[in-house]
Design a protein around this ligand. Sequence first.
Ligand code: WTA
Length: 654
Amino acid sequence: MSDDSLSSHLHEMDLSPAAEFTAQANGTAQMYDDAEADHEGFWAAQARERLTWATDFEQTLDWSGAPFAKWYVGGTLNVAYNCVDRHVEAGHGDRVAIHFEGERGDTRTITYADLQKEVAKAANALESLGVSTGDRVAIYMPMIPETVFTMLACARIGAPHSVIFGGFSAEALHTRIADAEARVVVTTDGQWRRGKAAPLKAAVVAAIAHDDSPVEKVLVVKRTDSEVEWDDQRDVWWHDLVEAQSDTHEARPMDSEHPLFILYTSGTTGKPKGIFHTTGGYLTHAAYTNAVVHDLHPETDVYWCTADVGWVTGHSYIVYGPLANGATQVLYEGTPDSPHQGRWWEIVEKYKVSILYTAPTAIRTFMKWGADIPAKSDLSSIRVLGSVGEPINPEAWLWYRKHIGGDRAPIVDTWWQTETGAIMISPLPGVTTLEPGSAQRPIPGISAEILDDDGQPFTEPEKVGYLVLTKPWPGMLRGIWGDPDRYRETYWSRFGPKYYFAGDGAKYDAKGNIWLLGRVDDVMNVSGHRLSTAEIESALVSHPSVAEAAVVGAADETTGQAVCAFVILRGEAVDHGEETVQELRNHVAQEIGPIAKPRQIMIVPELPKTRSGKIMRRLLKDVAENREVGDVTTLADSSVMSLIQQGMSADSAD
Ligand code: WTA
């Protein structure tokens, strides 16, 4: 669709909420006013309404140690009790919590009563390995029920978990395990990927081979029945240890501010940040948003969030939010094209999924595969669609609405971050008149503004500025694990201590909707995954042939951005063309993981630098995106860009 026909198409559409949807919606227009009138009162009510507290809190928010917040001070609760036991106690033990769909077609139905037993056994097992309240547990697992059991078991005993995405390499795993000083790692022998067993435990073994590894025990689920290297002293099979445990376990209440989990994310420097979240505030925010933004009705909905539990979306919207709300959900192990490109839509039809939450990169991939594929399945059960992870372009929005949402389901474009814990900016279905491509406005209880370069707020339409959050919120990160200064510096200094700087560019449109415009720092967003340019650069320069490297995120039709690297080889290194490039790509996969593999590596004689030695990534981005190179006057040596471009055209002539 050309831009013109797209905008006229948009113009004709009525995207105001349908009356029947509004009549049953959990979110209401009143909530905006209530939260505006009494911010803390609003959040206190959410916490008391949605969660079961062992001890009620005395103070809703203590911001006296800003930017370190304390929410629900004096309150105690157990997260696993809230996500599991209380639903059984309320008579919902027979309700399905998880419809597990294995990639190879194996399935498992887990009710809340089953979940209670599984979590109790896993909690007993962790305790038998010496894990106690406050100890960190690393989880390196695929999308299987045991991953959810393990996370909840950790929450139950107050041992903060650190889930590390299965696509990260042994090296990345090692740095994350070491930073959190995890004593126990839970993993599997392998994971199913497009019909093949890919090893997982092998990376754990390599990660903990480092001398300084804090790991004492490795608990291993058998998933693929693959050969694994085994150490009798250190390694324990899940089926031996967990299955032998009692299926009851007492859930002790934790302080509202007890650490719940650490989740590593990329920042602007090479070292990943351990974002940490605590108990009461995080769970309140996750449960509230899942109820009002996804409009979850646990008695009738079948919910499916397609994220991996290795990312924050999986934490908040597979594990904590939906389970706190007593949802029935689908957990799918595999990839969308295994065994064929209609797999997701068959799953929707099979389980009658009514709420689907996914990422723009997936939607664009389905667009590429063609609308006739979802058309083969009955998707009429769908009533709410969600999008997360990156801006959704209006074309993808319209395709999603039409071909998946039957031109009827509201789409919630949800902006948030690992750091924010849960959804911050999004329409409310049944309340908001939708605007394709825009996340629209902060949800009730959240306040945001857009600032100019001087830190002045503005509301002028179409002017581009920086998104900031202006009031503390319950799900906010409580810091960076072990690095309070970096927390202050990264989020609370760019515009002074009153504003949380999100790192995203944003603008308003004439209707007052917020449009998120991508990162303004050196963080890339590839298929909705956050990657740091500095982290990939340092992986490249750790290769013996590389002298210098610069990485940029170049626009990509499907993945949003793609990693492009410019590399200067060391004097003694020989450039073997494609072979060298492949070797460097594999090196990045080994250092970080396959998700960080550059799409393109260009071997160049020089890099464009300012007189103070700063690499001008803007110019490299122009090259990577095949644009005319912008202003080069601040370069120390203005001939560098023509050298790079000459080199590139010589390459393409090869
Ligand atoms: C981007 C994922 C536009 C943004 C939950 C943010 C989005 C980063 C959206 C956080 C959206 C996420 N529209 N951009 N709806 N959702 N982002 O920590 O740049 O993996 O800062 O959390 O993703 O990524 P993270």
